[in-house]
Design a protein around this ligand. Structure first.
Ligand SMILES: NC(=O)c1ccc[n+]([C@@H]2O[C@H](COP(=O)([O-])OP(=O)(O)OC[C@H]3O[C@@H](n4cnc5c(N)ncnc54)[C@H](O)[C@@H]3O)[C@@H](O)[C@H]2O)c1
Ligand SMILES: [Zn+2]
Ligand SMILES: [Zn+2]
Length: 362
């Protein structure tokens, strides 16, 4: 048995996305079908459409989602039909070398659904980040469903499924931001503002938001930025140093994913400071740095996959902080859109009009 629903696919590199009919199989062992209520538009979806991730077209896009479990397959005990869940792309296996070392947030063998969602002609779809949630119903591994407080707003907590979690975790989990730190965040989209919010939650006393768009900087202040720099025509490194007694920040989060901004991050941190790359580069990008600077400046150069999060630990906790008013997830939702407006939402990413567009399903 299977169901036919509407979803958004990227059929070919660079081509506009399209709404089409998706065939969703009934859940097999270990799987769940989720009725999606809300799904944010992340820059990574655009990377997929542009062929920047891999060439496994057609993609079923969307991956920052919340919804209700509709049905579960054999052997599923952690979630049941009716549960309100945020989808994750880190259903840890418990058995790979990272999990066995007690570092499951690095899990190298995360679970996805075994069966494939397809087009009506049987063409198998590659779901973005193993989820695929710009679709009325999606098939995932049950471990990709994390139960959170059902009173939370789907459009807001769904964002914990990727960008906002990646940003918060980049600051707190990967960067180790703590009370009294100075933090600079380069790129203040959903991910960067997540890092700003994370730094604020962790007690950083100076949070410098950097973007090329003034509206983004205004929003970053709402999440806790104490200072802002419009990077256009500015020497970002000198500006960050000027705001940190000439030293640079303890932690710099790069949330753009470009060589020039990574270099800024590298030089805008204090000696022995930490750089966290959470922005995703494309395959052709390279970087050249004097090795003596890499050595001489000390500290740590880290990458943050999904904010080094553990969904089972972090999603319910951050949902609770949201409910208590300590984490303003609603402020990430600039607009609610329909499924047929995803392409428009990609366009808005380049004009700085939105932080997150979120597709809402009836
Ligand atoms: N590591 C992860 O697990 C993870 C998860 C989700 C997204 N991402 C990546 O994070 C990045 C950001 O995602 P997003 O959804 O926030 O994107 P976004 O497009 O909403 O935000 C990017 C921001 O960077 C700003 N920017 C662009 N060029 C700049 C420059 N030279 N200097 C300063 N700011 C600049 C833009 O104005 C924009 O505000 C993307 O590369 C995305 O793929 C990574
Ligand atoms: Zn594992
Ligand atoms: Zn994402």
């Amino acid at each position: 048995m299977s169901q036919r629903v509407k979803g958004v696919i990227a059929r070919a590199k660079g081509a506009p996305v399209e709404v089409t009919t998706i065939v969703v199989p009934d859940p097999g062992p270990g799987e769940a079908v989720v009725r999606v209520q809300a799904c944010g538009v992340c820059h990574t979806d655009l990377h997929y459409r542009e062929g920047g991730i891999n060439d496994d077209f057609p993609f079923l896009l969307g991956h920052e989602a919340a919804g209700i479990v509709e049905s579960v397959g054999e052997g599923v005990t952690d979630v049941a039909p009716g549960d309100f869940v945020v989808l994750n792309w880190r259903a840890v296996c418990g058995d790979c070398r990272a999990c066995r070392k007690g570092k499951p947030w690095y899990c190298f063998n995360t679970h996805n659904a075994t069966q494939k969602m397809t087009l009506e002609d049987g063409t198998e779809l590659s779901p973005a980040l193993g989820i695929g949630a710009f679709v009325e119903k999606t098939l995932v591994h049950a471990g990709q469903c994390t139960k959170v407080d059902p009173e939370a707003r789907p459009a807001a907590v769904g964002l914990l499924g990727c960008g906002v979690m990646a940003g918060i975790g980049a600051a707190i989990n990967t960067g180790g931001v703590t009370r009294g730190d100075s933090v600079a965040v380069i790129g203040c989209g959903g991910v960067g503002d997540g890092a700003v919010a994370g730094a604020a939650l962790a007690g950083a006393t100076k949070i410098i938001a950097i973007d090329t768009d003034d509206r983004k900087l205004e929003w970053a202040r709402k999440f806790g930025a104490t200072h802002t720099i419009n990077a256009k025509g500015k020497d970002v490194v000198a500006e960050v140093q000027a705001l940190t007694d000439g030293n640079g920040a303890d932690v710099v989060v790069e949330a753009v994913g470009r060589p020039e901004t990574y270099k800024q991050a590298f030089y805008a941190r204090d000696l022995a400071g930490t750089v966290v790359l959470v922005g995703v580069p494309t395959p052709e990008m390279t970087i050249e740095l004097p090795l003596l600077d890499v050595f001489g400046r000390g500290g740590a150069l880290k990458s943050s996959w999904y904010g080094d999060c553990l969904p089972t630990r972090d999603f319910p906790m951050l949902t609770e902080l949201y409910k208590q008013g300590q984490l303003d997830l609603d402020a990430f939702v600039t607009e609610e859109i329909r499924l047929d407006q995803v392409e428009e939402a990609f366009g808005k990413m380049h004009t700085g009009d939105v932080l997150r567009s979120v597709v809402i399903f009836e």
